[in-house]
Design a protein around this ligand. Structure first.
Ligand code: HEC
Length: 135
């Protein structure tokens, strides 16, 4: 219910063209607008460690201890993504990954905007980068 109301409010704001804080929704295949959101948080050891703690608290049940997508906690039938490969259904940039975590994509992969701050989400992005494939 809350998500539906949020969606309606968001649609109304977008329709009025009055977006002040951009909330860019993830799109399957990637979202160029989300890709432009710059990661304001340097990938320091502190940021990565903080992201890892949040990951273990909120994400490990579904995405698994190694983030291979093998946590098995998804109840809605969706397969949790492997977050360590170089395959990103919603785009591979920091900004796109941020928008997935912030806004969510499905009943299983909910948005975390109400639970954690943007700064914590960037720490998560930095953690996922630290365990992902080397560029
Ligand atoms: C209840 C199970 C569940 C939890 C908890 C969960 N996820 Fe997910 N996640 C999923 C599923 C299922 C998908 C695939 C969704 C889709 O394809 O729409 C997914 C997809 C993703 C993606 C997109 C990967 C891609 O290929 O683009 C990212 C990034 C992600 N999750 C990160 C996280 C993070 C970070 C957390 C913790 C804050 C988290 N997830 C918590 C189930 C979960």
């Amino acid at each position: 219910m809350f998500r539906i109301q949020t969606g309606i409010a968001l649609a109304a704001i977008l329709a009025a063209g009055q977006v002040t804080v951009p909330r860019t929704l993830p799109r399957f295949g990637g979202n160029p607008e989300a890709a432009r959101i710059a990661n304001p948080s340097a990938r320091t050891p502190e940021s990565v460690a903080a992201g890892k703690r949040t990951y273990q608290r909120l994400c490990v049940n579904c995405h698994g201890p190694e983030a291979k997508g093998d946590g098995g906690g998804a109840g809605g039938g969706g397969q949790p993504a492997d977050l360590t490969d170089d395959h990103w259904d919603y785009g591979a940039t920091d900004g796109e990954i941020f928008s997935v975590i912030r806004e969510g994509t499905s009943a299983d992969m909910q948005g975390y905007a109400d639970q954690i701050s943007d700064a914590e989400i960037w720490n998560l992005v930095n953690y996922l980068r630290s365990i992902g494939p080397r560029k």
